[in-house]
Design a protein around this ligand. Structure first.
Ligand code: BGC
Length: 573
């Protein structure tokens, strides 16, 4: 496999709002490529695959935690925020990754699990044994577990309470996630100083930003829900001010699994911004709902709700990630339907969600995979791909918890899918060998050799998106249609968003979730009345809209159009 880069690397382009146009790729260091043959992926391994990621068109990597950790929660249980887990490499390796990525104009965003630590973190070890000592107040301690009982448990499969009893300090400590992950006490200003110092440590090494893990849960109170409490937002305003003052151009991404208006709050306001980006949790399950129900009402409604954000802010949109496909942000009726369609085997469920990968969820249907990806790449917001989904990798529901979809990347049909030269039994998780998703057919090398493969298709789509910056920075207007199975919206990039050499652009995106052919009629809003409609991919001309802006399109089952609207009145000012 030859992904030889251009002989001269471009280096990092200057653009303080780079994240608005970026295509992100979530990659777990542990699972991507094992350079030293110990059965575990590592940072040098990831460096050796940067050419592949550049070829795919990736602008930024999101790396889940690679800190020193007992790995009882995939590394989200941090034991030391300033150390790289030795099996993943060294701090110097990480420095090399940053400079190699930057040479390719690729950014590195790392996870910052700032809500909690591992019980093995030195702060906790000290806090439990020395209540009056310097770390005594770093965690949330209580003599009773009968307070704050209104705060819901998130990991419902493993935890009964948010409190755990510590036999050393003989008090309870609060934990929103696993009981081996005590919550930090944000009422203690010293904790803020620590988090700032940790952030500064990595920013000084050149990282381009942080995904703020589990950010709604920083503060809890006796009466509140422990989610999105006002002080959490105040903390974020200060954290953002620190980034803007000392590290402009670096990005903060909120992981807030909340309802639309609450997620939007993590972006803050024009005067008091918080995060630059927030993951759009409500949209994702509704895409899966539309695929099976053939109904777009719920998706339409949520798209209309989430479009208002302060200037410079951006959504992060995704189909899958390293966690379960969370079903927290849907109605009970939708949740039950989604479980029925996508998690018919109880093994497929975890907590309030589904622990499967994209391709198996969509039964490896090429039209569904294409529809879902096209939507991902055209919605308002920056798309986040999950490693392996570009080749339709499968999962392994016989593995524990969310490890089902964290298995080694499949590079070749050779031993260990080309991921590692170790003895197969030594791999951190086995490669997928199921009938449909066996690594011998689902791998990068095989798909490279086939021009019609999913990998080539995804790559082409990523590049088309990047050639049309309207998908990154354009506004989004949902357009009503006459079909309950269709979704249509207009992306519009005004001159004010254009970089030198770019031109304003308007694109109409139309999706059919119907399992049968569908005729879709819609009326272009007055400000977007065009006199010429052309296909973004092949450039062919479509019938012009009527004088009233009326268009009827015929769509094959589960398909889409991206149509360029020329001669639009309002956008070309
Ligand atoms: C991460 C999970 C992790 C949890 C607790 C989440 O938001 O994405 O993987 O288990 O935080 O740290």
């Amino acid at each position: 496999m030859d992904f030889s880069p251009p002989s001269v690397h471009r280096g990092l382009e200057h653009d303080p709002q780079w994240y608005r146009r970026a295509v992100f790729y979530e990659v777990m260091v542990r699972a991507f490529y094992d350079a030293d043959g110990d059965g575990v992926g590592d940072i040098p391994g990831l460096i050796s695959k940067l050419d592949y990621l550049e070829w795919l068109g990736i602008d930024a990597l999101w790396l889940p935690p690679f800190y020193s950790s007992p790995l009882r929660d995939g590394g989200y249980d941090v034991a030391d925020f300033r150390q790289v887990l030795p099996e993943f490499g060294t701090i110097d390796d990480f420095g090399e990754l940053v400079s190699q990525a930057h040479a390719r104009n690729m950014r590195i965003v790392m996870d910052l699990p700032l809500n909690h630590t591992s019980v093995e973190h030195a702060w906790f070890v000290s806090s439990r044994s020395d209540p009056q000592g310097p770390y005594g107040d770093y965690y949330v301690w209580s003599d009773t577990d009968k307070i704050r009982e209104q705060i819901r448990v998130i990991f419902t499969d493993t935890e009964e309470s948010n409190w755990a009893f510590d036999s050393v300090r003989r008090q309870f400590y609060f934990h929103r996630f696993f009981s081996h992950q005590p919550d930090l006490n944000y009422h203690n200003p010293k904790v803020h100083d620590e988090i700032h110092d940790i952030a500064r440590f990595w920013l000084d090494m050149g990282v381009d930003g942080f995904r703020l893990d589990a950010v709604p849960y920083l503060y809890e109170s006796d009466e509140g829900s422990g989610e999105s409490e006002p002080e959490t937002h105040e903390f974020l305003e200060r954290f953002r001010a620190f980034i803007d003052a000392e590290f402009p151009g670096r990005v903060l991404i909120a992981e807030a699994n909340q309802w639309p208006r609450e997620v939007a709050a993590y972006l803050g306001t024009e005067e008091k911004p918080q995060c630059h980006m927030a993951f759009d949790f409500p949209i994702m399950p509704r895409i899966f709902y539309a695929l099976r129900s053939q109904q777009t009402a719920s998706l339409n409604a949520v798209l209309k709700e989430t479009t208002e954000v302060p200037s410079g802010a951006a959504w992060g949109v995704f189909l899958r990630n390293h966690d379960e496909l969370t079903l927290e942000m849907v109605t009970e009726e939708e949740r039950q339907a989604l479980y029925g369609w996508y998690a018919y085997d109880p093994r497929m469920r975890v907590n309030v969600g589904i622990r499967r990968r994209l391709a198996p969820l969509l039964d490896n249907s090429r039209s569904e995979l294409q529809l879902a990806h096209a939507l991902l790449l055209s919605l308002a917001g920056s798309p986040f791909l999950y490693y392996g989904d570009e080749i339709g990798m499968g999962d392994n529901i016989w593995l524990e918890d969310r490890d089902s979809s964290r298995t080694p990347m499949q590079w070749t049909p050779d031993r260990n899918a080309g991921f590692s030269s170790a003895d197969a039994g030594k791999l951190f998780l086995p490669v997928v060998q199921s009938l449909v998703y066996n690594y011998q057919s689902a791998n990068v090398e095989t798909q490279l050799a086939q021009q019609a493969s999913l990998l080539h298709w995804v790559r082409t789509m990523v590049h088309v998106r990047k050639n049309h910056p309207v998908f990154g920075v354009g506004s989004m207007t949902v357009v009503p249609t006459d079909s309950p199975s269709a979704l249509a919206f207009i992306r519009d990039m005004p001159a004010s968003e254009c970089r030198p050499g770019e031109r304003p652009e308007t694109v109409l995106c139309v999706y059919s979730f119907s399992h049968n052919p569908l005729a879709v009629s819609l009326t272009l809003p007055e400000e977007f009345r065009a006199n010429k409609v052309t296909d973004v991919f092949g450039g062919s001309t479509f019938p012009a809209p009527s004088e009233q802006g009326h268009i009827t399109l015929a769509l094959p089952p589960q398909s889409f159009y991206w149509l360029s609207l020329a001669g639009v009145k309002a956008s070309v000012t």
